[in-house]
Structures are given as structure tokens and as C-alpha cells.
Design a protein around this ligand. Structure first.
Ligand SMILES: NC(=O)c1ccc[n+]([C@@H]2O[C@H](COP(=O)([O-])OP(=O)(O)OC[C@H]3O[C@@H](n4cnc5c(N)ncnc54)[C@H](O)[C@@H]3O)[C@@H](O)[C@H]2O)c1
Length: 371
């Protein structure tokens, strides 16, 4: 069988800093980077949930973790200068839409000033470094149209979370134009925008899959608000493959400095909440979906409607595409939680196994990042 070379092997023996490493996406990203042979470092202010993927995988023993607040510029500078990273993936954020209503100032401070502080530290950094700033598809001014949003569309947002991510993108752009654009600069920056993701190991509040898994693990029926709502579902490994490929490309090709990229699912991945729960409940061996979920009319807060991403730019520049089909997405997600709750397996090995399976599927699909 042909030997896989994942992301051109650029992460091997490199110092890679992941902010937000104790969170859902951060834990998956660190696990992947460890598998890729990177020397992984993390900065987060807390362990955001209980249980948490960070703890269940024992990541504190497999990487160097710093507890710090991204809002504290002095502390961020001290730690980043101590680590001397070759790559930075900035994921630390307050990402919960419902919490952004009860804690708007904290959300804005973390998402906007946190991003500013990371860029501010990097602007005086003298070692070559590639930094990927992770925002969200919610950074776009959602005008509720049916077309996919392109990287050149206006940023904005009617709710606090979306506005904070739009603002983080504006900060990214003005830091690029003011400081990182200069020729021969040591730090290259890009931003990455992806939508809602699912996958094992998420226990965040007010997200449908974690709500569902918590209930099912206790033998309870999950309550859902909008069964017919359609979401562009994608597995967490899909945007992470985009972030890692973008990091690799930016490291090699400085003409991508200052660019933003969308990483979204294929349009045919749109399924209703009800379809997803039906399919997941089958893998959890429910005989009747009525035992798995029930519909309530209670909608707690405003959340923007369907927002599609146009991902042609990532396809054009580095042939990035999603890997999993809908059925594999369901299998990967339900089986991870099933393994955790019902089999009490070693979740670090299990997660590495899913990552390897994902790399194999991407390789069979001849995706460029596997060659
Ligand atoms: N999960 C999704 O569906 C999704 C979708 C689009 C974008 N995103 C973005 O991806 C990133 C990661 O999301 P996630 O789902 O893993 O979130 P998460 O809540 O699981 O993790 C957030 C991480 O940020 C850290 N953090 C929060 N406030 C901090 C602070 N003040 N200082 C230092 N660290 C702080 C937390 O400790 C945690 O490690 C976020 O930027 C989020 O906006 C997530």
C-alpha cells in the first residue's frame, strides 16, 4: 500500500501552540498533532465541561498545558515567548450562543480582545511562525440568503456571538494590513471560518448532540426544539483537516499570508435534526425513536438561520474537500460516545483510531493533504 504523508509532514518535531486546547475542537486538534509527531503546547483558562475530552483522553500528560486567560496580554506574551512556537492555532473563545446573551461583555472580551492579544504578541515575534486564527461561519453578516457565503462577503452579526466573531475577523484583517503584510516578515497569518461541527467528546451546553448523548447515557429521552430545522452537519475532523492543511500551505507559500478561508460541508450534508437523531438512535440500538427524543415548543433564544459556506477558495488554492459521507459522520459521532458511555474504552487510542480511519478515507479519496 502507498505510504501516506500527512500534511507534508510539516508538523513533525515542530512546536505547535493550540489556544483553547482543553475545548472540544482543541482536544481533537491536539490529539491529531500528537499523532503527527508535533511537540504540542496549549493555553486555556479552564477545562470548560465535565466530562471533558481533554481529561478523558489524558491530554495533560501528552502535551504541555498552561492555564492562562487570553484577555491577559502580559501573560500571553510571557507564555508564547517561553514556548517559542513554530505554529499557532488560535481557538480559545467563548463559543456558546446562549451564553453570549447572559455574558455579552465576557464573550466580546474573550473573542475580540483574546484574538487581538494573540496577534499583538505575534507582531513583535522574531522567530518564523505560521498562525491560523479560527473564527466561525457566524462571522458573516447573515442576510438569510440561500447562496453560499464567500470570503469576500461582509462580516457582521445580529447576536453577540456572531458580532464578536465578525469583529475578530476585522481585527485579523487590520493587524495583517498594519503589521504582518510586510515582505520578508517572520510571521504569516490566515483566518479560518467553519460552521457547527459534531463528533465525539463534545459536552458543551445547548448543543443538540451533547444534549442528546447526556440524556441517552442516563436512559432519558432528549427534548428537541426544532425537529425540522436543517443544519449543514459536519464532523470536527473536516474543518481541522482544513486548518492543518492551511497551516501547511501558509508555511510553504507566503502568498497566502493575510487570507481567509471557509471550510464547510458539501450541500448534500444538509439533514434535519430529526433525521440525525433517528440515525444516531439506531446506532445506539433504540428500537423505537420515541424512546430517544421528544419535541418541545420551547425555543430559548434567537439563533441565525441556515448559513451556507462557499468553499471554492480552499478548493482552488489547495484542493481541500470534506472526506466523510453522511453515514460515516453518523457512525463516527455515535460510536465515539457509545464507546465512552457503554464500553468505557481507552478514549485516547479510540480517538487516534478514528483519526487514522479518517486519514485512510481521505487517502482513498486522493485528497492532496494525504500525499
Ligand atoms: N464547535 C463548533 O461547532 C464551532 C463552530 C464554529 C466555530 N467554532 C470555533 O472554534 C473554536 C473552538 O470551539 P469549541 O467548540 O472547541 O469550544 P469549547 O468551548 O469546547 O472550547 C473553548 C476553549 O477556549 C478556552 N477559553 C475560553 N475562554 C478563554 C479565555 N478567556 N482565555 C483562555 N482560554 C479560554 C476554553 O477553556 C476552551 O479550551 C472557537 O473559536 C469557536 O468559536 C466552533
Amino acid at each position: 500500500m502507498e505510504q501516506k504523508i500527512i500534511f507534508g509532514d510539516v508538523y513533525r518535531n515542530k512546536k505547535v501552540l493550540v489556544t483553547g486546547n482543553t475545548g472540544f475542537k482543541g482536544s481533537w486538534l491536539c490529539t491529531w498533532l500528537i499523532s503527527l509527531g508535533a511537540d504540542v503546547f496549549g493555553i486555556s483558562n479552564a477545562i470548560p465541561t465535565n466530562p471533558s475530552m481533554f481529561q478523558e483522553l489524558g491530554l495533560a500528560d501528552k502535551m504541555k498545558h498552561y492555564f492562562a486567560d487570553v484577555r491577559d496580554l502580559g501573560e500571553m506574551r510571557k507564555i508564547i515567548y517561553e514556548i517559542e512556537p513554530d505554529f499557532v492555532f488560535h481557538l480559545a473563545a467563548q463559543p456558546i450562543v446562549s451564553l453570549s446573551y447572559s455574558e455579552p461583555v465576557d464573550t466580546i472580551a474573550t473573542n475580540v480582545m483574546g484574538t487581538t492579544n494573540v496577534l499583538e504578541v505575534l507582531r513583535n515575534y522574531t522567530k518564523p511562525c505560521t498562525a491560523i486564527i479560527i473564527t466561525s461561519d457566524k462571522c458573516y453578516d447573515n442576510v438569510e440568503w440561500i447562496y453560499g457565503y464567500k470570503e469576500t462577503d461582509a462580516v457582521g452579526g445580529k447576536d453577540i456571538y456572531s458580532g464578536s466573531k465578525g469583529a475578530a475577523e476585522l481585527i485579523f484583517k487590520c493587524y495583517y494590513h498594519s503589521f504582518f503584510k510586510k515582505e520578508g516578515g517572520t510571521v504569516q497569518v490566515a483566518s479560518a471560518r467553519a460552521g457547527n461541527v459534531i463528533g465525539g467528546g463534545d459536552w458543551a451546553l445547548d448543543r443538540i448532540i451533547p444534549d442528546c448523548m447526556r440524556s441517552w447515557s442516563e436512559g432519558k429521552v432528549v427534548e428537541i426544539r426544532s425537529p425540522k430545522a436543517t443544519r449543514p452537519w459536519q464532523h470536527v475532523l473536516e474543518p481541522l483537516s482544513g486548518y492543518l492543511q492551511l497551516g501547511e500551505r501558509l508555511y510553504r507559500d507566503h502568498t497566502l499570508n493575510g487570507e481567509s478561508f471557509n471550510f464547510g460541508p458539501k450541500p448534500e450534508y444538509n439533514h434535519t435534526v430529526q433525521e440525525i437523531l433517528e440515525d444516531m438512535s439506531l446506532r445506539w440500538h433504540f428500537e423505537n425513536s420515541k424512546e430517544a427524543y421528544q419535541v418541545t415548543g420551547d425555543i430559548k433564544f434567537y439563533e441565525a438561520g441556515l448559513l451556507k459556506l462557499n468553499c471554492d477558495k480552499a478548493l482552488f488554492h489547495f484542493q481541500w474537500k470534506p472526506t466523510l459521507n453522511y453515514h460515516t459522520l453518523i457512525e463516527y459521532t455515535s460510536d465515539w460516545y457509545y464507546e465512552f458511555y457503554k464500553n468505557s474504552g481507552n478514549m485516547f487510542s479510540y480517538t487516534q483510531g478514528q483519526i487514522e480511519g479518517y486519514e485512510n478515507l481521505a487517502s482513498q479519496a486522493h485528497l492532496v493533504w494525504t500525499k
